[in-house]
Design a protein around this ligand. Structure first.
Ligand code: RP5
Length: 178
Protein backbone atom coordinates (compact mmCIF):
# COMPACT_ATOMS: atom_id res chain seq x y z
CA UNK A 1 0.00 0.00 0.00
CA UNK A 2 1.49 3.43 -0.90
CA UNK A 3 2.40 5.54 2.12
CA UNK A 4 -0.07 8.16 3.34
CA UNK A 5 2.44 9.70 5.76
CA UNK A 6 6.14 10.30 5.20
CA UNK A 7 8.38 10.80 8.22
CA UNK A 8 11.56 12.64 7.21
CA UNK A 9 14.43 13.44 9.58
CA UNK A 10 17.58 15.45 9.09
CA UNK A 11 19.96 12.91 10.62
CA UNK A 12 20.03 9.30 11.73
CA UNK A 13 20.62 10.74 15.22
CA UNK A 14 16.95 11.85 15.10
CA UNK A 15 15.70 8.28 14.74
CA UNK A 16 15.69 7.42 18.44
CA UNK A 17 13.06 10.17 18.82
CA UNK A 18 11.19 9.71 15.57
CA UNK A 19 10.75 5.98 16.06
CA UNK A 20 7.94 7.04 18.39
CA UNK A 21 6.15 8.77 15.51
CA UNK A 22 6.53 5.73 13.29
CA UNK A 23 5.44 3.35 16.07
CA UNK A 24 2.33 5.46 16.67
CA UNK A 25 1.43 5.51 12.97
CA UNK A 26 1.93 1.76 12.75
CA UNK A 27 -0.17 1.20 15.87
CA UNK A 28 -2.99 3.09 14.18
CA UNK A 29 -2.55 1.13 10.96
CA UNK A 30 -1.42 4.04 8.81
CA UNK A 31 0.84 3.15 5.87
CA UNK A 32 3.95 5.25 6.26
CA UNK A 33 7.57 5.41 5.33
CA UNK A 34 10.57 7.00 6.90
CA UNK A 35 13.73 8.58 5.42
CA UNK A 36 16.85 10.39 6.58
CA UNK A 37 17.31 13.40 4.29
CA UNK A 38 18.82 16.73 5.16
CA UNK A 39 17.86 20.19 3.92
CA UNK A 40 21.50 21.26 3.94
CA UNK A 41 23.45 18.01 3.44
CA UNK A 42 21.27 16.47 0.70
CA UNK A 43 19.02 19.25 -0.64
CA UNK A 44 18.67 17.84 -4.17
CA UNK A 45 17.82 14.35 -2.89
CA UNK A 46 15.30 15.92 -0.50
CA UNK A 47 13.55 17.82 -3.30
CA UNK A 48 13.43 14.70 -5.47
CA UNK A 49 12.01 12.68 -2.58
CA UNK A 50 9.28 15.23 -1.80
CA UNK A 51 8.24 15.26 -5.47
CA UNK A 52 8.20 11.44 -5.58
CA UNK A 53 6.13 11.20 -2.40
CA UNK A 54 3.63 13.70 -3.79
CA UNK A 55 3.37 11.57 -6.92
CA UNK A 56 2.73 8.49 -4.79
CA UNK A 57 -0.11 10.31 -3.01
CA UNK A 58 1.36 11.02 0.42
CA UNK A 59 -1.07 13.20 2.39
CA UNK A 60 1.06 14.40 5.33
CA UNK A 61 4.78 14.97 5.84
CA UNK A 62 6.26 14.82 9.32
CA UNK A 63 9.65 16.51 9.40
CA UNK A 64 12.09 16.30 12.30
CA UNK A 65 15.23 18.38 12.65
CA UNK A 66 17.46 19.89 15.29
CA UNK A 67 19.55 23.02 15.64
CA UNK A 68 18.93 25.39 12.73
CA UNK A 69 16.07 22.99 11.95
CA UNK A 70 14.97 24.23 8.54
CA UNK A 71 13.92 20.82 7.17
CA UNK A 72 10.17 21.25 7.79
CA UNK A 73 10.16 24.74 6.27
CA UNK A 74 12.08 23.61 3.20
CA UNK A 75 9.72 20.68 2.62
CA UNK A 76 6.74 23.00 3.10
CA UNK A 77 8.23 25.34 0.50
CA UNK A 78 8.21 22.52 -2.06
CA UNK A 79 4.75 21.03 -1.51
CA UNK A 80 1.13 21.91 -0.73
CA UNK A 81 0.83 18.72 1.34
CA UNK A 82 0.52 19.57 5.09
CA UNK A 83 3.87 19.51 6.92
CA UNK A 84 4.14 18.86 10.66
CA UNK A 85 7.46 19.76 12.27
CA UNK A 86 9.05 18.07 15.28
CA UNK A 87 11.91 20.00 16.89
CA UNK A 88 14.72 17.71 18.04
CA UNK A 89 16.52 18.02 21.34
CA UNK A 90 19.88 19.67 20.74
CA UNK A 91 22.83 21.26 22.47
CA UNK A 92 20.39 24.01 23.51
CA UNK A 93 17.80 21.49 24.79
CA UNK A 94 15.82 21.88 21.57
CA UNK A 95 14.90 25.50 22.13
CA UNK A 96 16.88 26.49 19.03
CA UNK A 97 15.08 23.80 17.00
CA UNK A 98 11.68 24.85 18.35
CA UNK A 99 12.14 28.55 17.66
CA UNK A 100 13.55 27.91 14.21
CA UNK A 101 10.66 25.67 13.25
CA UNK A 102 7.82 27.58 14.84
CA UNK A 103 8.92 30.99 13.57
CA UNK A 104 8.14 30.40 9.91
CA UNK A 105 7.55 33.73 8.20
CA UNK A 106 3.96 34.20 7.01
CA UNK A 107 3.21 32.51 3.72
CA UNK A 108 4.66 28.99 4.12
CA UNK A 109 2.91 27.03 6.87
CA UNK A 110 4.47 24.42 9.18
CA UNK A 111 2.49 22.98 12.09
CA UNK A 112 5.08 22.71 14.84
CA UNK A 113 4.70 20.22 17.68
CA UNK A 114 6.51 19.90 21.02
CA UNK A 115 10.23 19.19 21.38
CA UNK A 116 11.29 15.53 21.25
CA UNK A 117 9.27 12.41 21.98
CA UNK A 118 5.97 14.13 22.92
CA UNK A 119 6.13 16.06 19.64
CA UNK A 120 6.94 12.91 17.68
CA UNK A 121 3.92 11.08 19.10
CA UNK A 122 1.61 14.06 18.70
CA UNK A 123 2.77 14.67 15.13
CA UNK A 124 1.71 11.12 14.31
CA UNK A 125 -1.66 11.60 16.03
CA UNK A 126 -2.13 14.92 14.27
CA UNK A 127 -1.37 13.26 10.94
CA UNK A 128 -3.97 10.59 11.67
CA UNK A 129 -6.52 13.27 12.57
CA UNK A 130 -5.85 14.96 9.22
CA UNK A 131 -6.19 11.65 7.36
CA UNK A 132 -9.41 10.83 9.23
CA UNK A 133 -11.17 13.75 7.56
CA UNK A 134 -10.90 11.88 4.25
CA UNK A 135 -10.31 8.27 5.33
CA UNK A 136 -12.95 7.67 8.00
CA UNK A 137 -11.48 4.28 9.02
CA UNK A 138 -8.72 6.11 10.92
CA UNK A 139 -11.19 7.97 13.15
CA UNK A 140 -12.12 4.85 15.14
CA UNK A 141 -8.43 4.04 15.70
CA UNK A 142 -7.83 7.50 17.05
CA UNK A 143 -10.87 7.19 19.32
CA UNK A 144 -9.65 3.80 20.58
CA UNK A 145 -6.20 5.28 21.30
CA UNK A 146 -7.81 8.00 23.42
CA UNK A 147 -10.14 5.56 25.18
CA UNK A 148 -7.23 3.30 26.13
CA UNK A 149 -5.23 6.27 27.35
CA UNK A 150 -8.14 7.46 29.47
CA UNK A 151 -8.68 3.97 30.88
CA UNK A 152 -5.01 3.78 31.90
CA UNK A 153 -5.35 7.01 33.85
CA UNK A 154 -8.64 5.95 35.46
CA UNK A 155 -7.12 2.59 36.45
CA UNK A 156 -4.43 4.20 38.56
CA UNK A 157 -6.75 5.00 41.46
CA UNK A 158 -4.79 5.98 44.55
CA UNK A 159 -1.16 6.38 43.38
CA UNK A 160 0.10 5.08 46.77
CA UNK A 161 -1.42 1.70 45.95
CA UNK A 162 -0.23 1.47 42.38
CA UNK A 163 2.87 -0.70 42.07
CA UNK A 164 3.66 0.85 38.68
CA UNK A 165 4.33 4.18 40.36
CA UNK A 166 6.73 2.85 43.00
CA UNK A 167 10.06 4.61 42.82
CA UNK A 168 8.58 7.75 41.29
CA UNK A 169 10.46 10.85 42.30
CA UNK A 170 7.16 12.65 42.66
CA UNK A 171 6.14 13.05 46.27
CA UNK A 172 2.40 12.56 46.40
CA UNK A 173 2.11 13.44 50.08
CA UNK A 174 3.78 16.69 51.16
CA UNK A 175 6.20 16.19 54.07
CA UNK A 176 4.49 16.73 57.41
CA UNK A 177 5.83 19.15 59.95
CA UNK A 178 7.66 17.40 62.84
C1 RP5 B 1 19.99 18.36 12.05
O1 RP5 B 1 21.13 18.51 12.81
C2 RP5 B 1 19.47 17.00 12.33
O2 RP5 B 1 18.07 16.98 12.20
C3 RP5 B 1 19.92 16.69 13.73
O3 RP5 B 1 18.87 16.87 14.68
C4 RP5 B 1 21.00 17.71 13.97
C5 RP5 B 1 22.33 17.08 14.28
O4 RP5 B 1 22.67 16.18 13.24
P1 RP5 B 1 23.91 15.21 13.37
O5 RP5 B 1 25.10 16.09 13.52
O6 RP5 B 1 23.66 14.34 14.58
O7 RP5 B 1 23.92 14.40 12.10
O8 RP5 B 1 20.28 18.51 10.70
Amino acid sequence: MPPLVSVVMGSKSDWETMIHAVNTLEKLGVPCESRVLSAHRTPDALFAYVAEMEKQGVEVFIAAAGGAAHLAGVIAAKTLVPVLGVPMESKLQGLDSLLSMVQMPAGIQVGTLAIGKPGAINAALFAVAILANKHSQYRSGLQKYRDEQAAEVRDIGDPREDGRLTGSKVSINPPTEP
